[in-house]
Design a protein around this ligand. Structure first.
Ligand SMILES: NC(=O)c1ccc[n+]([C@@H]2O[C@H](COP(=O)([O-])OP(=O)(O)OC[C@H]3O[C@@H](n4cnc5c(N)ncnc54)[C@H](OP(=O)(O)O)[C@@H]3O)[C@@H](O)[C@H]2O)c1
Length: 283
C-alpha cells in the first residue's frame, strides 16, 4: 500500500509522543469485518487506530496494520485495559494479552478504559500499575478514558506520571467544557469518543443548516468543530464512503459564530454510561 501524504495535524502529548489528531475507531466493528475496515481506513489515509480489548477485535486491527505495508512507526495504535483487569497484579497480564493479540511490536497508547469508582479496586492503584508498563519497552504512552475531574485529581496527586490523554464522550450534545478545561490545565490531551454522537448529529437541523452553508455534510461539520476545539477524534464507520467523508476535514474552516452555534447545542446528554456509576466487570 502506498503512503498517501497526510494533512492530518499531529498533537504532541505531554511526554513528547505525537498522535494524529484524526483517527479511526473500531468499537462495534465485528471482528470478521475489522481487518478490512482498518485496511480501508489506512488506504484512505488514516494513521491512527483506536481499539480496545473490550471490542474483541485487537487481533484483526493488528493484522491490518501488518498487512498494510505501511511502516509500523507511521501508524499510531491505541488499546485499552478492560474492566476485569483493574487489580494491579493483573495489569501486566492484560497488557501482555493486548500486545500478543495486536502482534505489532509495541502499542502507542494504552488507556484505563473506565475508572469503575465503585468497585473494590482503587483506580489509583490500577494507574500505578499502568506506570510500570512504560518500563517494558513495548509502550509509548499511557492514559485514561472516561475519567471525571475528581478521578483525574486523585491519579495526578498519587501517581508519578500524568496521563497523556483522557478519552471521554464528547459531541455537540455533551460538550464537557469543564472536563476539557481541566485536561488542558494539567497538560492532558482530550480525546472525544462518539464524536458524531453515533451518527445522531446527521439529523440535527442546526447542524444541517451550517452544513448547507459551508457545503459539507453534518458529520464533517461536527468533526471539524472538534478539530478546531483541539480535540483528538476517531469516528467509526464500516462504509468506505463515510470513512472518506470523515477524513476530508482539512480544506475548510468554521467561523466563530458557527463554532458557538454548535457548542450551544449542549444538553449534557450521554449516549453511553455515566463514568461515576458504571461498574460493569466481565467475569
Ligand atoms: N473509551 C470509550 O469508552 C469509548 C466508548 C465508545 C467509543 N469509543 C471510541 O470512539 C470511536 C467512535 O465512537 P462511536 O463508534 O461510538 O461513535 P461515532 O464515531 O460518533 O459514530 C459512529 C456511528 O455513526 C455512523 N456514521 C459514521 N460516519 C458517519 C457519517 N459520515 N454520517 C452519518 N453517520 C455516520 C456509523 O455508522 P456506519 O458504521 O454504519 O457508517 C456509526 O453508527 C469508537 O469506534 C471507539 O474507538 C470509546
Amino acid at each position: 500500500m502506498s503512503t498517501p501524504v497526510s494533512n492530518v495535524p499531529l498533537v504532541t502529548l505531554n511526554n513528547g509522543v505525537e498522535i494524529p489528531q484524526l483517527g479511526f475507531g473500531v468499537f462495534q466493528v465485528p471482528p470478521a469485518e475489522t481487518r478490512q475496515a482498518t485496511l480501508t481506513a489506512l488506504e484512505v489515509g488514516y494513521r491512527h487506530i483506536d481499539t480496545a480489548e473490550m471490542y474483541g477485535n485487537e487481533a484483526e486491527v493488528g493484522e491490518a496494520v501488518r498487512e498494510s505495508g505501511i511502516e509500523r512507526s507511521d501508524i499510531f495504535v491505541t488499546s485499552k485495559l478492560n474492566n476485569g483487569f483493574h487489580d494491579p497484579d493483573k495489569v501486566p497480564e492484560a497488557f501482555a494479552g493486548t500486545l500478543k493479540a495486536l502482534d505489532i511490536e509495541y502499542v502507542d497508547l494504552f488507556l484505563i478504559h473506565w475508572p469503575l469508582p465503585t468497585i473494590d479496586v482503587d483506580y489509583v492503584d490500577t494507574w500505578k500499575a499502568m506506570e510500570g508498563l512504560l518500563d517494558g519497552g513495548h509502550l509509548r504512552a499511557i492514559g485514561v478514558s472516561n475519567f471525571q475531574i475528581s478521578h483525574l485529581e486523585r491519579v495526578i496527586a498519587a501517581g508519578s506520571v500524568v496521563p497523556a490523554v483522557n478519552q471521554s464522550e464528547i459531541h455537540p450534545y455533551l460538550t464537557q467544557d469543564p472536563l476539557r478545561e481541566f485536561d488542558r490545565s494539567q497538560g492532558i490531551a482530550t480525546e472525544a469518543w462518539s464524536p458524531i454522537a453515533r451518527g445522531k448529529v446527521a439529523d440535527d437541523p442546526a447542524i444541517k443548516a451550517i452544513a448547507a452553508k459551508v457545503g459539507r455534510t453534518p458529520a464533517q461539520v461536527v468533526l471539524r468543530w472538534h478539530i478546531q476545539r483541539g480535540e483528538i477524534v476517531f469516528p467509526k464507520s464500516v462504509h468506505r464512503s463515510r470513512v472518506e467523508e470523515n477524513f476530508a476535514l482539512f480544506d475548510f474552516e468554521l467561523h466563530d459564530e458557527q463554532m458557538a452555534a454548535i457548542s450551544a447545542l449542549n444538553r449534557n446528554e450521554r449516549t453511553g454510561p455515566d463514568p461515576d456509576t458504571f461498574a460493569h466487570v466481565p467475569k
